[in-house]
Design a protein around this ligand. Sequence first.
Ligand code: CP
Ligand code: NVA
Length: 311
Amino acid sequence: MRNLIGRDFISVADLTPEELRWVIEAALELKRRFYAGERVIPLKKGKTLLMIFQKPSTRTRVSFEQAMVQLGGHVISLGWSEMQLGRGETIADTARVLTRLVDGVVARVYSHNDLIELAKYADIPVINALSDKEHPCQAVGDMMTIYEKKRRFKGLTLAFVGDGKDNVLHSLLIAAASLGMNVRVGTPRGYDPDPEVMRIAEERARITDSVIDVVRGPEEAVKGADVVYTDVWVSMGQEAEKEKRLRDLRGFQVTAELMNAAKRDAIFMHCLPAHRGFEVTNEVIDGKWSVVWDQAENRLHSQKALLALLL
Ligand code: CP
Ligand code: NVA
């Protein structure tokens, strides 16, 4: 297996397009082997991963823990405030200590800059388990799911309908552009994606000959799309803006009618957890288009691939 040993994964942009393909290929291979009966492939025997959570998590936490078990390693999972971080020990000092004690750190934080700080002072791989800016592990699993369903990336169009500043969207933009997929974001004025993310995604899109567009209407976004993706309108940490966001994003719900405006064989994706009745209707998330449970399952195999390659 190829390796990226010692590298951090804070942004999808930390991997070249070629390296991103390696991770997806490794994930598909590990999933095949899992289904063939190899429940444990002890590539990380004797290694310990520390997971730090500043926000709630179901999928990320369970899939990373399960991934490490299936690689023959061990996991320690802690809440930010259970650690001395919660009492003001600096991120830099924490990073120096963790370097001496474990083989890698996975962290879910409010501020993306905290991850950058952690990675700066830790001499072990630091993996982003979601920040206010990106959710790169989600994007890797989602690209794996898209490949399973469509058997290609090049020329496909992913339409994202909803909050254009969403952390998951930011990672999807860079991942999709790296693999030659077009991305059309349907979002209201004032919700355009982060300019730095757009710059990186557009740079990669130029190389892979794909197109990134931001449009105002959900119908315009999904027209001819192979994948329709959405995420919550109020992300963790944005609770104070809840009322404004619900008002501004109301017209951007993914309904059956909207799915019918996409390609006939379009799939519906959502990173979950979903707010049913807000960004998506039950009819869509439980309907024929939906691949959301496959997405959740693929978090396990894609993160196994990431740990196998980075740790
Ligand atoms: N999609 C995702 O990261 O889910 P959790 O918040 O449950 O980890
Ligand atoms: N955008 C969501 C994703 C949750 C997995 C959030 O940050 O809350």
